[in-house]
Write a protein that binds this ligand. Structure first.
Ligand code: GDP
Ligand code: MN
Length: 354
């Protein structure tokens, strides 16, 4: 990364710093090598427009980070025109290679088709969809090695129709870089078991074959209540991610992805990229390389992360209703994350449990 003089550019502004309460005209500090990344269809243009506008207003207008857009179809002129006009940094548009968006040759098409029909009968969300499976496999194993992404070290994933509710008074990319963080999240929850019945079997096999990739100080306690025998379904929600591309491109992660991919669960079940990324991070990264961004307020249907702590919400000019904060509710795994990490929950968490 670049040479940063911390005296000249404090990582995070505090409410006492001049400019904190009126960020207009305030430039961010020096950038690290990072980009926003969005996978989208042409038809998503107005929904991604809303997301971009909020990311720019709350953060990127002061930093002007690049934005990479990826699609399995060529982007049309409207998509490119609208998104380029909204983004303050450079925009890049990539077409996904066929081998990154399709069935690998070892998949039994008949078996995969039967699974889709069966999941359709059982009304499992996206259970009958081929494209959703390609999307999940692409996000699990390929987005970070797409040629346009090879130029960057960190990424921030942004989906259509998401919201950001608070100002961001520092550079989260630089925070990741300076603190050695490799993966981060704002929301966590339990996965729908019908979509991943044998995922943990595959993970267990990978751990046996590749003990060298398992971190000593890992977060197994986040994933399992019985020391690794069974998966408790906890995962970080991957529609928001700020993470290290170098980590995803590491031998450890690639060995992991290839091992899971061979087992076929992206097609014989409906494995999501959220549990796939989360399990990787929890097992292959030391605990202190995973970060929870309490101060990044976020919504993706149907869950909200609204920062705990009234003073923080006022300082950051948040417009989310704290009652909607999902963190401390029963279906969230964030409490468990705090316990596993021996972290103290932010003041006021008890007021947001239901
Ligand atoms: P959900 O959040 O799990 O309900 O899934 P989404 O419909 O939001 O899809 C996740 C991400 O993948 C979003 O950024 C979508 O725009 C994108 N996406 C989903 N399906 C496709 C597809 O078939 N083609 C492309 N190019 N993008 C897709
Ligand atoms: Mn989505």
């Amino acid at each position: 990364g670049p040479n940063i003089d911390p005296a000249e550019y404090p990582l995070a502004m505090t409410p006492n710093d001049p400019g904190f309460h009126d960020l207009s005209g305030i430039k961010g500090g020096p950038r690290v090598n990072a980009t926003f990344v969005t996978l989208a269809r042409n038809s998503d243009v107005w929904e991604i427009a809303k997301s971009i506008r909020q990311v720019e207003d709350r953060f990127n207008r002061r930093y002007n980070y690049d934005w990479v857009f990826l699609n399995d179809q060529p982007f049309d002129d409207t998509f490119k025109k609208v998104t380029t006009s909204l983004c303050s940094g450079k925009t890049h548009y990539g077409l996904i290679a066929e081998e990154h968006w399709g069935f690998p040759d070892f998949i039994d098409q008949e078996k995969a088709k039967k699974v889709r029909e069966d999941m359709h009968e059982r009304k499992i969300i996206y259970g009958d969809s081929i494209s959703y499976r390609h999307m999940c496999r692409f996000e699990s194993g390929f987005f970070f090695r797409q040629p346009l992404m090879m130029n960057y070290e960190y990424y921030w994933r942004v989906e259509p129709s998401v919201e950001l509710f608070c100002d961001i008074h520092y550079d989260p990319f630089r925070f990741m870089h300076e603190n050695g963080k490799k993966y981060s999240f704002v929301l966590s929850l339990y996965e729908y078991i019908e979509t991943i019945p044998t995922l943990w079997d595959s993970v267990t096999k990978f751990m046996k074959n590749h003990p060298e990739h398992i971190a000593e100080d890992n977060s197994m306690g986040f994933l399992s209540d019985d020391g690794g025998k069974t998966y408790n379904k906890c995962h970080f929600w991957s529609n928001f991610e700020i993470g290290s591309l170098s980590w995803l491109r590491s031998k450890a992660y690639i060995d992991y992805f290839e091992s899971l991919d061979r087992d076929g669960g992206f097609f014989y079940e409906r494995w999501g990229d959220a549990p796939v990324h989360s399990i990787a991070a929890a097992l292959m990264l030391p605990k202190d390389q995973i970060h929870f961004f309490n101060d990044i307020a976020y919504y993706h249907v149907p869950f909200t992360h609204c920062p705990t702590g009234e003073k923080l919400r006022m300082d950051l000019k948040c417009h989310c209703d704290p009652k909607n904060n999902f963190d401390w509710k029963g279906y969230s795994c964030t409490s468990r994350y705090f316990e596993v990490n021996g972290k103290e929950k932010p003041e006021g968490w008890q007021d947001q449990t239901d």
